[in-house]
Design a binder for this molecule. Structure first.
Ligand SMILES: [Zn+2]
Length: 376
């Protein structure tokens, strides 16, 4: 991952290499974001940059990462190239290994639990190393992934992961070795807020005074929930949200989330039953979500309604319905007014614009509930 491959947060692409060049890069950086705004991509690009054998790239150097993908195409259309930023070369031996996430000095830690593919002994004390193959596949395929997408990828769909003291011990072991090849050993910790107290206590000293040439890069979606003792030892860098265009370019569509589907299905049901009074708690919940989650909910709603539309049009094989949700979708497809879909998309696009322009969310979602009531 090169800085120039990252979507959005352009000023950070200049700042990070500058910090490295001026010797101001702290040994523990905490990237924070409230949604999938590219923090993992920045952690990877920074790790690659500090270890690059040449450290700056001619602009024509082709990107190794995600070259030729739809996201690249959209980014070019957006004019997202950031001319003149310092970057890793992308072609030296170190960059090559970082680009594939296989450099021996690059380590990953993320929340896990006993997943399907583990042996009985592994299940007793699961650590990130057991899941490195699906982890690498996920990060390479989509560096803008959500916590749920991680759990889906590593096969622990219905559980929450945790970073335990076993993981902390493993981190200490790995970082006590000399760097194999590069100048830095890099430890990327995804979602340090999932670290329990025992793990955090074990790591405190290491994060405060790591061995020479060690870089901790933490990526958090909920920094307030990281134990204060860990948080205070890191320099925090807050990412900015991506615009709608940038989200599209990053391949960010809605992420299914039980709360999202519950609200939407309830909204559709009460709209069909014309129970306006029952929509109050729904638009209350929606208006209390942060803007990023409101956007995610709208994108989720569009995708779900598109699925119902396909089923209603007799194209269920294109709809990719999951077996557990298919019955519900068929029921909606059967009951919703054929004119509903187009109007619903228009209404949801209106909500997305309103959320982007900071319109009062209560009014926005109350209005949406009213429209659904009329058109369902
Ligand atoms: Zn390089």
């Amino acid at each position: 991952m090169k800085f120039q491959d990252i979507i959005g947060n352009n000023e950070l692409k200049r700042l990070l290499p500058q910090m490295v060049r001026e010797g101001r890069l702290p040994h523990a950086v905490l990237f924070t974001e409230e949604g999938c705004w590219g923090a993992m991509a920045f952690a990877l690009a920074l790790a690659q940059y500090v270890n690059c054998e040449r450290n700056t790239a001619p602009e024509s150097t082709p990107s190794l990462f995600g070259a030729g993908t739809a996201a690249d195409e959209s980014r070019r259309e957006l004019g997202e190239a950031v001319p003149g930023i310092e970057d890793s070369c992308g072609v030296c031996d170190s960059c090559h290994k970082y680009g594939k996430l296989i450099h021996p000095d690059l380590h990953f830690v993320f929340p896990v639990s006993a997943g399907k593919g583990l042996s009985e002994s592994e299940k007793k004390a699961p650590i990130s190393d057991y899941f490195l193959t699906p982890w690498r596949e996920l990060v390479l395929r989509k560096p803008y992934f959500s916590e749920q997408e991680l759990y889906d990828a590593i096969g622990i769909e219905n559980k929450s992961g945790i970073i335990t003291v076993n993981e902390a011990k493993r981190i200490i072991e790995k970082l006590s070795l000399r760097a194999f090849e590069g100048e830095y050993k890099t430890m990327i910790i995804y979602l340090p807020e999932r670290m329990n107290i025992d793990a955090a206590n074990k790591l405190l000293k290491l994060i405060e005074e790591p061995p020479l040439g060690t870089l901790f890069l933490l990526v958090s979606h909920n920094p307030e929930r990281i134990l204060q003792t860990i948080r205070s030892r890191c320099q925090r860098i807050q990412l900015k949200p991506l615009s709608r265009e940038e989200r599209k370019a990053a391949g960010l569509t809605s992420t299914a989330n039980p709360e999202f589907s519950e609200i939407l299905q309830h909204l559709l049901t009460v709209s069909l039953e014309k129970k306006l009074i029952d929509t109050f708690p729904l638009w209350e919940s929606l208006s209390e979500m942060g803007r990023e989650r409101q956007r995610d909910w709208c994108l989720y709603a569009e995708q779900y309604i598109r699925t119902i539309y396909l089923v209603a049009s007799g194209l269920e094989e294109l709809a990719e319905t999951k077996p557990d949700g298919a019955e519900r979708i068929r029921d909606f497809a059967h009951r919703l007014n054929p004119g509903f879909y187009e109007k619903a998309f228009k209404a949801l696009e209106g909500v997305l614009s309103a959320v982007d322009s900071n319109v009062n969310p209560k009014l926005t979602f109350c209005n949406l509930a009213n429209i659904f009531q009329v058109i369902a």
